[in-house]
Ligand binder design. Sequence first.
Ligand code: NAD
Length: 238
Amino acid sequence: MKTALVTGASRGIGREIAKVLAFNGYNLHLVCEKNVKMLQDLKEEIEKEVKVTIKNYAADVSNYEDLSKIFDGTDELDVVVNNAGISYVGLLTDMTPEEWQRIISVNLNSVFYTSKLAVPKMLKKHAGSIINISSVWGNVGASTEVAYSASKAGVNGLTRALAKELAPSNIAVNAIACGFIDTDMNAHLSSEEKEALKDFIPANRFGTPSDVAAAVMGVLRTTSYMTGQIITVDGAWI
Ligand code: NAD
């Protein structure tokens, strides 16, 4: 049986990725920032359906020491899904340096930290897959989301570079650049704003966490020869 670690698994995209991995037979290490109750509910929901081992942790992914403790307890590790992320919507001139740092720490530093902690374990097996949940804004940039766009562009750059570093060791590193996925991250938008936005999406619907989870499984079902890719899941939006 294989083992995967998923960050930001309490809700939204990460929760669905965790479920789909479990239904595909993966043992899980699930990380969320605070809401352990939601993770516990997820664990119970999964365990009613499938026989896998699930361990839950509360940790801030921007804190290297907290993450180190989690990785110390994971002997087996085949897959890391870096999904935890936060957004900030507002003009760059209104953003404080602290707010900028927080976005970069949670969205980008965390991917460095988990990769640094996971790779030695994967090297021992000469196998592994790191999947980073990124955004189309990392490819093209979004007005009023400069820090978020920069953090995800950083994730994309890290993905491409680390893939080159790890390809000789049979470890794949890929990113999934999501378009508009209907989760709480977009709860600040009114229904009118959401409807207007939908008109720009050729698929004529928002993405769902299941769309992203299916892409994660697609990456895992292929071979490590597919690496260094930024795979867009956006209904042909951007
Ligand atoms: P969400 O807000 O519903 O969930 C985010 C998850 O990340 C939660 O489980 C939360 O606990 C966790 N998290 C946040 N900060 C954390 C921290 N410091 N430490 C540990 N965990 C933390 O958002 P979502 O839509 O499910 O987003 C998941 C990922 O997908 C994010 O990286 C996001 O940037 C990316 N994404 C989302 C969309 C979208 O439209 N929803 C689009 C592009 C990319």
